[in-house]
Design a protein around this ligand. Sequence first.
Ligand SMILES: [Mg+2]
Length: 248
Amino acid sequence: MAALADTPHLAVVTDFDGTLAPFAASIYEAEADPRALEALTALSTTADTTAAVLSGRHLEGLRRVCPVQEPVVFGGSHGAESSWQSTALSPQMQAHLDAKEAEIRKLMERFPGAEIEIKPFQRVLHLRKLELKDPDAAKAAYQAGLQLDPAGFPRTAGKSVIEFSATTASKGSWIELLRERVDATAVVFLGDDVTDESGFRVLVQPPDLGVKIGEGETAARLRLADTAAATQFLVALAHARATARAER
Ligand SMILES: [Mg+2]
């Protein structure tokens, strides 16, 4: 904590769901502890300090549930979106998403019960519903989905889900971008989920610090039990940082 308080430029990045806010019944009911939001705001207005919220939610949805203002910065869609620039879907990325969407819709005609999910940077074929109704058809649809050309873009084949993405961004690549942008000499990243591991992996600990919230294997050096402990950590860090800067 003392080393982080003294570093020339500190960047504090936190995930939202499961880290700042306990999981809620509905996605837009998730609420962060006001003390955690205050700590983030305090960090963002302290000299030589950057505060950021980085989430799998898309940027607009993240702003809806996380009411902190600039200079806190936001990263959305697992790092594909940044609050400092308008969302960049290049013509190539858009064409790729349009092509995959058209192909998935054709599959849905061949295999009724197959579904599509539209995300800002992804088109996803979902076969869970079909699987329950007709496992053989679901298998055939899955094979057909694997035949769709990822055209050099990322494709993730999960259990009865195939996701076509137009971006290679991850929480890790976003943190690296932020580090360069603000010239951070130490980065703290807090997260609870497997998608946060890409963020932990780009850290050099120390001087950086990964903070894993809850159970599970992790590359983070520090583990905290729950969102309440994460709030306490942020409050303590904001206080330490403000005190160290004031003494300079
Ligand atoms: Mg999370």
